[in-house]
Design a protein around this ligand. Structure first.
Ligand SMILES: Nc1ncnc2c1ncn2[C@@H]1O[C@H](COP(=O)(O)OP(=O)(O)OP(=O)(O)O)[C@@H](O)[C@H]1O
Ligand SMILES: [Mg+2]
Length: 249
């Protein structure tokens, strides 16, 4: 569902150029769970921003669900962001003045969903992340793990096809991190495509495929062998965890 063909991202700072991505070619199939790893500054967030239509490649092609999104207008890209893509960040990015329920309602507000339906869907999604009892708490009245679960509810309330998470557990202790990952994995088992940037080897090892970036380049091809189900990335990790898509979740 995601194809990047020779994607470059070059930032200009003053009269210097930063080559953040240098010819990235990557394919991610529907329902995959991919961990994106690599040293600080290797281009992980830059890549995630391009995948999320928050940024465009300087060169190269990005195709999402068969559409070349790099070539679309800003209005069309914003529709794709709203309807097809969910984002989760390390520092949650919740609105401090709104309770959990209000935060989860926000994307539907922008999408013009009626107040009644917003409330109903937000409540249902909060229940799905186990936070019905915290619906009226503001972010400062929630634990870190709870905040991230609210952020996840907000990210999935529009039922996106793909969830992009940039260090979603980076600010959490081990127990909360594990809870957040279990939640994301459950959604992945029900068909959500999941791309998780992480520095934590334990979090990366939970993915079915690890894509490694180094200095703006993918180590190995980043493209799966046709139909093999095997990782062609030499540095990739295949875990022994059974395919959740086969287990019925
Ligand atoms: N808006 C920008 N303007 C100029 N340079 C940028 C910009 N954003 C990122 N860069 C540079 O591009 C490179 C890749 O940055 P990126 O944020 O993608 O790294 P990262 O892998 O996410 O790192 P980290 O693990 O520290 O979050 C870095 O050298 C960074 O300084
Ligand atoms: Mg980053």
């Amino acid at each position: 569902m995601i194809r990047l063909d020779d994607v470059w991202r070059i930032f200009t700072v003053g009269d210097a150029e930063v080559h953040a991505l240098k010819g990235v070619t990557l394919a991610i199939e529907r329902g995959e769970h991919v961990a994106l790893v690599g040293p600080s500054g290797s281009g992980k967030s830059t890549l995630l921003h391009i995948l999320g239509c928050l940024d465009r490649p300087t060169r190269g092609r990005y195709t999402l669900e068969g559409r070349e999104v790099g070539a679309l207008s800003e209005a069309e890209r914003s529709l794709i962001r709203r309807n097809r893509i969910g984002f989760v960040f390390q520092f949650f990015h919740l609105l401090a003045r709104l309770p959990a329920l209000g935060n989860v309602e926000l994307p539907m507000l922008f999408a013009g969903v009626t107040a009644e339906e917003r409330r109903e869907r937000a409540a249902r999604t909060l229940a799905a992340v186990g936070l019905s009892h915290r619906a009226h708490h503001r972010p400062d009245q929630l634990s870190g793990g709870e905040r991230q679960r609210v952020a996840i509810a907000r990210a999935v309330v529009m039922e996106p096809a793909v969830l992009l998470a940039d260090e979603p557990t980076g600010n959490l202790d081990r127990a909360a991190a594990s809870e957040v990952m279990e939640l994301l994995e459950g959604m992945n088992a029900r068909g959500l495509t999941l791309v998780v940037v992480t520095h934590d080897p334990a979090i990366a090892a939970r993915a079915r495929r690890v894509v490694r970036l180094s200095d703006g380049e993918i180590q190995g091809s980043g493209v799966r062998g046709p139909g093999s189900g095997h990782d062609t990335t030499p540095t990739g990790t295949r875990t022994t965890v059974p395919d959740p898509r086969l287990g019925g979740g």
